[in-house]
Ligand binder design. Structure first.
Ligand code: UDP
Length: 229
């Protein structure tokens, strides 16, 4: 299971989808699939809408989160189209049913797509407000029996604080889920870490900035932080 944030799809822009970046990440995912692994992708929406920010502007939080979930569907559809254009079959499944746009999520159907070699893009997070797509990623990774959750970020692993803001930030090579929760490391929310801990799901945090990053992680190459039980 690869988690791709909305921000990763924004490229150098301040908002929305940056088509060359979407194409590059789609090619990365298609190459990863070509290694022979079954590949599911949870897609975020922060490049378009975040519930917390909507709520800060006066929108009801649950409604704002619904807008956020719809944003993830837009991103998933764009990524699906780009993966298919790269020659790899892909299917978007949404936790928020919108059957004229994409399939509603079902575990059995997702497993069937994966077995047929299709990249499965999971949109809508958990389908519930007050959650994030990181938590959606940990949830779906557990229920689909994934071997690991690959969390794509803009930095090459987990740091003790934001390395872009704090020059003294220390990078971790390995961590446990409990350490990540106890140290309040912001790379993923505590609910996502707790779910991963419960299912003993390894999390690999890596940078998606360079082409070939997903394939490198799957081959055990490249820089990343490994979070295990
Ligand atoms: N969201 C939600 N429930 C979920 C997943 C996502 O309500 O299970 C909403 C929430 O408003 C969130 C937005 O969708 O801010 C976009 O998801 P997220 O912030 O996780 O995207 P990312 O940061 O990965 O781009």
């Amino acid at each position: 299971m690869v988690k791709v944030s909305g921000e990763a799809l924004m490229g150098p822009d301040a908002f929305g989808l940056h088509p060359p970046t979407v194409t590059r990440i789609a090619a990365d995912l298609a190459d990863a699939r070509a290694l022979g692994v079954e590949l599911a992708v949870v897609v975020g929406g922060g490049n378009i809408f975040r519930g917390v920010q909507g709520a800060a502007k006066g929108l009801d939080r649950a409604t704002a989160d619904q807008l956020g979930m719809l944003a993830t569907v837009m991103n998933a559809l764009a990524l699906e189209a780009a993966i298919e254009a790269a020659g790899t079959p892909a299917r978007t499944m949404s936790a928020v049913a919108m059957p004229t746009v994409c399939e509603p999520y079902s575990r059995q159907k997702a497993l069937s797509h994966l077995a047929k070699g299709r990249v499965v893009l999971l949109a809508g997070g958990t389908g519930n407000p007050f959650f994030t797509t990181d938590t959606g990623g940990a949830l779906r990774a557990a229920e689909l029996g994934c071997g690991a959750l690959l969390k794509a970020t803009n930095v090459d692993g987990v740091y003790s604080s934001d390395p872009k803001a704090d020059p003294a930030a220390v990078r971790y090579e390995r961590l446990t889920h409990s350490e990540a929760i106890d140290r309040q490391l912001g790379v993923m929310d505590a609910a996502a870490f707790a779910l991963a801990r419960e299912s003993r799901m390894p999390i690999i945090v890596f940078s998606i900035q360079e082409p070939g990053a997903v394939t490198a992680v799957l081959r055990g190459e490249g820089r990343a932080t490994l979070v295990t039980a």
